[in-house]
Design a protein around this ligand. Sequence first.
Ligand SMILES: [Zn+2]
Length: 76
Amino acid sequence: MVGRKIKPFTPLYSEILIELPERRNILLENIPIRCPICRSVHVRSNGIQKRGKTRVVCYRCYNRDCPFRIHSAGGK
Ligand SMILES: [Zn+2]
């Protein structure tokens, strides 16, 4: 066999936290990260970008039927 092994797909989840004073955070819910176009959960992390003074995590849609993939080879 040649090349890297393909990673098995696992859906990504994002935490919704309630911030309380004195650094006490309560986990409210875990929500799955979805593509905004096709609502698919087949998204993967695509690095971190600087936005202003903070950093945001970027995601890329890997759903083959997503209409957003038409203009790009691997989706965004
Ligand atoms: Zn999509």
